[in-house]
Design a protein around this ligand. Sequence first.
Ligand code: RFL
Ligand code: PHB
Length: 396
Amino acid sequence: MRTRTQVGIVGAGPAGLLLAHLLALRGIDSVQVESRSREYCEARQRAGVLEDGSVALLREAGVAGRLDRQGIEHGGIYLQFGGERRHIDFRALTGRAVTVYAQTEVVKDLIARRLADAGPGAIQFSVTGTVVDDLDTDRPVLRYTSEDGVRYEVACDAIAGCDGFRGICRPAIPPELRSATARDYPYAWLGILADVPPSTDELIYAWHPRGFALHSLRSHTVSRLYLQVSPDEDIAGWPDERIWAELSERLELPGWTLRPGPVLEKGITGMRSFVSAPMRYGRLFLAGDAAHIVPPTGAKGLNLALADVAHLAPALDSLCRGDQKLAEAYSAACLERVWRSTHFSWWMTTMLHITPGADEMERQLQLAQLRYVAASRAAATSLAENYTGYPSPSTA
Ligand code: RFL
Ligand code: PHB
């Protein structure tokens, strides 16, 4: 079946969903395809922290109703090391804050809005055989097979590759026309979602000789916690009691106890920095994890994905109206923020994790850096400025 649209969007994660909505606000028509089911997309546990620029972007786009009611504003984080827990006060240092609101909720809000505005077929879930083609022409095509088995060929003005790190869009760019800069870290995160009120008012990032630990949250009644583990760790070796015992040990502080509770979900995630450049090839534009990933320590991945599409929507709008200027500037405009976030995420990661086989020099350097960040207003301001984010392009 042959059809026609202005923008073909591959992927219905945060990047693809916000893009479809921002384009619709500008009167631009899109077809969006997603290989997973709606239920899977809405349940996948991932990020939890939104920069204030991301919140502003979602508000401007008119999709922040529930975020404004249920998001929890945090004015700082705790850094814990060497038996101390030190508060980094973002509000005092930068006048800005972050908001704890799960990526799953952002995704649910965007899916609901898109389907309400554009009808039940607006997002084609559970598609197979997605292919993007003719990318170096003015009429790129998106091919896919819908859930009910019909093969579609959609002629587009442009295609947005919002299909995540393992998607098909980045590999569709000829290898000689893209560079990939990557680093794998020698550790992973074991994450749990627990049905228990958080034991802390703000996130705790803890350096510990046994490995990094993070206490985060999803709401006033649900906690999210992470442990540094080996990249080849088998989750079967981590019954709930062992996870809670290890978390207690790494997060412990005199006079403070970690409240355990039923574990709703657990999983292990590898850690990698990766940047593919440029983020455009002909009429294909990459956004979000399709183009870059960061280790989760700086809470940047989701925010970068949203910032990319805030640039991409006006660029595609102009392109569809015959003006190439913003489309030509897209990749460079995004990559500047991407590299800043890549550096910050690497810095937070290497300051807080124990490298297998690390010597005493490395440990002492990490502790000296942590003490400096906690004690120096200049150093703390740098962390706060990066964590709370960079100015977001307006959707106007
Ligand atoms: P996504 O969310 O991966 O969405 C891509 C979508 O494309 C679909 N897809 C296809 N669809 C059609 N045809 C194909 N051939 C397709 N191939 C793939 C996929 O099914 C999927 O639905 O990418 P997007 O939209 O770029 O969003 C990026 C974010 O998801 C990611 O950066 C963050 O989750 C990273 N991240 C965090 N980011 C933050 O900003 N703050 C955090 O606190 C934070 N914590 C985290 C994180 C990521 C984590 N994991 C699991 C990697 C914590 C963790 C544990
Ligand atoms: C989370 O809540 O999932 C989370 C929070 C902060 C991070 C990473 C993940 O740095």
